[in-house]
Design a protein around this ligand. Sequence first.
Ligand code: ADP
Length: 192
Amino acid sequence: MQIKQSGVTVWFTGLSGAGKTTICRAVEKELRAQGCKIEVLDGDVVRENLTKGLSFSKADRDENIRRIGFVADLLTRNGVIVLVSAISPYSEIRDEVRHKIGDFIEVYVNAPLNVCEKRDVKGLYKKARGGEIKNFTGIDDPYEPPVNPEVECRTDREDLQESVNKVMNALNKYIVLPQLLSVNNNHSNIAV
Ligand code: ADP
């Protein structure tokens, strides 16, 4: 399928268990089905290679985000749709990355702490409450919610498809489907 796209980074931020990975993977599936060129940077995977060895101190968390942002920027500049899924608890570094990349959609994956804790997808909240894990976001480490995100998904109130649709709507201006391309060719004033 012929498709035109321009690069953009979609940055999913939120507490552990809020639904970042779930929404990110579902968006990935839709974009792939449309023939888009995309890359996923998942926080857990990145910490196994690109940022291996970094701790969960504020300085190392910021460094983690800075490195992910660097890669996302390179890809974005080369026309890729980059999906980043990482807790990214500090707003200052998120904003730094946003300004560096420019084409940036911040998705606040928002579910209350008690809901995330009840889900406890990876059993980490239990460990954090039990003192087995220190500096766990939401328990004994801060999470600074985005003030003005492009998209907010309330995963405790909306179903997965609603969240996915919100993200896809925000992505619309970066993707031009074939049927629209013929219209564009006639008017030739759309930037892609
Ligand atoms: P994170 O990547 O933020 O740590 P995950 O995506 O791994 O979170 O886990 C979120 C959990 O919440 C999954 O088990 C998912 O099935 C569940 N969930 C329930 N409702 C939603 C929703 N509307 N959107 C996303 N996830 C949801």
